[in-house]
Design a protein around this ligand. Structure first.
Ligand SMILES: Nc1nc2c(ncn2[C@@H]2O[C@H](COP(=O)(O)OP(=O)(O)O)[C@@H](O)[C@H]2O)c(=O)[nH]1
Ligand SMILES: [Mg+2]
Length: 381
């Protein structure tokens, strides 16, 4: 019924999720064509979003029994294994039976920079080590511990869960989250994973399919809506994203919905059009509630490495980013880029993605991330 109401209200074409009010089945892989899993992305991350970018399917979650076996910490460690292997084996190669001298410090600095941590962090880590241990024997494990400590202290101030307190009925109901980022970064998938988390917390969620540029993007969000039981507002391809956002907000206000998450198109190569579109979305939201959007979450794909920095710059200029989600840390050895981002932008980090299933979107914990990145065995230290 509710879905029928939505189609009438918003002129939405009937879609699979409207056919029944019964619990929705697991979407089948034939609904949306699958493409191969993500690995290293094109080097030019800032311009990777081509309009021909294939729309990604909604991955199936592993069976519950398999999921239960893995704690979130082991999922984090497994997810970061490519990055930590690079750093950890690099540290071992440099520091096996060697002193901490100018040469080893320089090698360590190079390693940290090639692992995408950025020059500033590389300097801080080597300076901290040199202060206590210069000209002394040092083990690779001691270096890893120092590395983890520095990464942790850089990231700890940015650890900020996306906590939305709805029990007290805040003045600005619904809480509006605008998701932005280049095509392929993981926006829609992250929205689906977030919707699941919020639903699990007992909150009502409305998803707005604001990437109106691509039919399959709308369909992809619809599948996540079905899977999570979140309501969806969408319109046909080419519709105005801002007016969709306005209608979604109006409805969520009237219905007392807790959280509205708005998906957007990520055509960074057409920067002025994207800027206009995002600015218009923000403008119409503010007409209804001047405190909205309450979060502007930038989704960054870790596999693009240093290009995440230029994307963060571009989107900060365009849309006033309030926080980050970094995805695909499992697909790359470039996870250290989160440290470089922290140094440059100091944006709060809400979640990290270490795999494709719902449980692989983890609240960001600086210390656990730092240890997993440095390859420190949680049982040893
Ligand atoms: N391995 C992995 N894949 C991810 C992660 N997050 C998203 N993806 C995949 O990245 C692809 C692009 O995601 P999508 O949400 O369509 O990106 P969008 O264009 O920004 O909306 C999809 O195949 C997702 O399953 C992650 O944390 N790890
Ligand atoms: Mg998308």
């Amino acid at each position: 019924m509710a879905n029928k109401f939505f189609s009438d209200l918003f002129g939405k074409k009937p879609s699979p999720e409207e056919k029944s009010d019964a619990p929705t089945p697991e979407p089948s892989s034939k609904d949306i064509p699958f493409s191969s899993p993500v690995d290293e992305a094109p080097a030019d991350g800032a311009t990777q979003d081509t309009e021909s970018h294939s729309i990604q399917p909604v991955p199936k979650d592993p069976p519950a029994s398999k999921k239960l076996k893995q704690s979130w910490l082991s999922r984090l460690t497994a997810g970061l294994s490519k990055s930590s292997e690079k750093l950890s084996s690099g540290v071992t190669a440099i520091f096996t039976k060697r002193k901490l001298d100018h040469e080893t410090l320089e090698e360590l600095q190079d390693l940290l920079i090639t692992a995408d941590l950025g020059v500033d962090a590389a300097m801080r880590i080597t300076n901290a080590l040199a202060k206590d241990k210069f000209d002394k024997e040092i083990t690779d494990e001691e270096v890893r511990v120092a590395l983890a400590a520095e990464v942790s202290s850089t990231l700890a101030p940015l650890e900020k869960p996306l906590l939305i307190e709805c029990t007290e009925k805040p003045a600005h109901l619904p809480h509006v989250i605008l998701m932005i980022g280049v095509n392929g970064a993981g926006k829609t998938t992250t929205i689906g994973k977030l919707a699941q988390k919020f639903k699990d917390e007992g909150k009502s969620v409305l998803l707005a399919a604001g990437d109106t540029f691509r039919a399959a993007a709308i369909e992809q969000l619809a599948v996540w809506g079905e899977r999570t039981g979140a309501q969806l507002i969408s319109r046909e391809v080419g519709s105005d994203a801002a007016s969709l956002a306005f209608d979604a907000f109006t409805h969520a206000q009237a219905a007392g919905t807790d959280i509205l998450i708005i998906d957007t198109a990520g055509r960074l190569q057409n920067k002025s059009a994207l800027m206009d579109e995002l600015a218009k979305i923000v403008r119409v939201l503010k007409k209804l509630d001047e405190t909205a959007p309450h979060d502007v979450v930038l989704v960054l794909d870790a596999t693009v490495g240093q290009n995440a920095i230029s994307q963060a710059q571009a989107f900060s200029d365009i849309a006033g980013v309030t926080g980050l989600v970094m995805t695909k840390l499992d697909g790359t050895a470039r996870g250290g880029v989160l440290v470089a981002l922290a140094d440059k932008f100091a944006l709060p980090i809400h979640f990290i993605g270490v795999g494709e299933s719902v449980d692989d979107l983890q609240p960001f914990h600086a210390d656990s991330f730092a240890r997993a990145l440095a390859g420190i065995d949680e049982h040893r230290v």
